[in-house]
Design a protein around this ligand. Structure first.
Ligand code: NAD
Length: 396
């Protein structure tokens, strides 16, 4: 029998597709007692099952980055090996509290050294983090990803960008229900924006049922995130004067068969986006309003509620409902569809849906990691695993 080594596992060894993979003593892992409620020390001996742990780096620990970090931390087949901050600001405290090793976004020694006087241990620059990562989730502000991509490619690390980046730059795009298979074992992808993710959630099942779909939609967008003091408008409705807006065409990066156009306006709210959607179904679609609702309720990450019956008639109540569910930050990973706002008239389907912009893409990032790493080829299995683990993590 071998001497054995202590393996930090989030849960006892699992069976099924995740066993018999990587075995290593990850020097970066947090050790008990800091995370004793999460990690269980297990002595590895010959014959024991081995658990795969995909080493995930988060580059850009902001609104999306901190949420993706926790969603990854919730899973038993992946682990956060480090998160980056550009400078020692208040977001570092959360990373420290969570036990995520802190790195600087840049390799510049002066910038790395700036963390220590502020009381934070910085483990190095981005290059140091990439050396120990299997995959990096880039959560930097939109349009800075292209510069980061070079570093990822040079380090030989797989990468996931967010919706603020262009499809062409990333080379691939991703949503769990639309094109998980196409992303399997890829070197990099882009999880599409919150709006595009929301559109895909309800349109892809419709397309798969009907075989063709033509869509016109209007995105009524929140002006800024709740934690953002720099954006607006605060006293206007601001149309996006580029028609169509990028949202519809963006859906076609993950499901090119859906024929879709969109327009967008920004309104003075921070809570959610709301979509007003008109979809034309092909002749012989065989659906009724009730069957459309049934179709959606058989698909993950869609919540359908009746506004009249529940009193959830605006995005304010939707967000209050989300806070009641109990996910961190009051997040709502699901797309919210008002049952009484859905109407199929002949071949034309009308509906409204609400999107929690800060969080609907979060579980998709976890599924995208499994797709690129090639560890789960069935998107429904990945979604179920991701969501169950997040629910346990949040105690719900
Ligand atoms: P954010 O501003 O909240 O966070 C970005 C983080 O990246 C900050 O911590 C910032 O300091 C850091 N950063 C700055 N320059 C960097 C660089 N060069 N490399 C790495 N990190 C850098 O932004 P966010 O809202 O989290 O958005 C991140 C991405 O997610 C964008 O592409 C955005 O379009 C997309 N997205 C945002 C939302 C949303 O509602 N916030 C929803 C879906 C997708």
């Amino acid at each position: 029998m071998s001497q054995g080594s202590w393996l930090p596992l989030k849960y006892p060894p699992v069976s099924g597709p995740y066993k018999e993979r990587i075995l290593s003593w990850p020097w970066w892992a947090r050790t008990p007692p800091m995370c004793e409620e999460v990690f269980i020390g297990v002595r590895f001996e010959e014959g024991m099952e081995r658990v795969m742990s995909i080493k995930v780096a988060i580059n850009g620990y902001g609104t999306i980055g901190k949420r993706v970090a926790d969603a990854v931390d919730a899973q038993d087949d992946m682990v956060i090996i480090g998160v980056t901050k550009t400078r020692p600001s208040f977001g570092c405290d959360l990373a420290v509290r969570k036990g995520y090793p802190l790195y600087c976004t840049y390799d510049d020694a002066t910038k790395i050294d700036a963390f220590a006087p502020a009381g934070y241990e910085c483990h190095g620059g981005l290059s140091d983090l990439l050396k120990v990562a299997d995959i990096v989730v880039d959560c930097s502000p939109g349009k800075v990803g292209a510069a980061n991509k070079e570093a990822y490619v040079n380090a030989g690390v797989k990468y996931i960008f967010q919706g603020g980046e262009k499809h062409a730059m990333a080379g691939m795009s991703y949503t769990s229900s639309a094109n998980h298979q196409e992303n399997l074992n890829g070197s990099g992808t882009r999880v599409v924006s919150c709006n595009t993710t929301g559109l895909s959630r309800t349109l892809v099942p419709l397309y798969e049922h009907c075989g063709s779909l033509s869509v016109e939609c209007t995105m009524i967008r929140r002006a800024a995130d709740p934690g953002d003091s720099a954006k607006g408008p605060i006293n206007a409705i601001k149309p996006v004067l580029k028609v169509p807006s990028h949202h519809g065409p963006d859906v076609m990066t993950v499901k090119p068969q859906i024929d879709i156009n969109s327009m967008a306006v920004a309104v003075p709210t921070t809570l959610m986006h709301c979509h007003s959607i008109v979809a034309t179904l092909p002749e012989g679609h065989g659906l009724t309003t009730e069957r459309v609702l049934e179709l959606w309720s058989n698909n993950p990450r869609i919540i359908i509620m009746n506004g009249g019956e529940t009193g959830i008639t605006t995005t304010a109540e939707v967000m209050e409902y989300a806070r009641d569910i109990g996910r961190k930050w009051g997040d709502l990973h699901e797309i919210f569809v008002w049952e009484d706002g859905v109407k199929l008239s002949g071949n034309t389907l009308y509906y409204f849906q609400a999107i929690h912009q800060e969080s609907d893409v979060i579980p998709e990032n976890v599924d995208a990691i499994r797709a690129l790493m090639g560890t789960e080829d069935d998107w429904r299995v990945s979604v179920a695993k991701t969501d169950a683990a997040i629910a346990i993590y949040n105690g719900i």
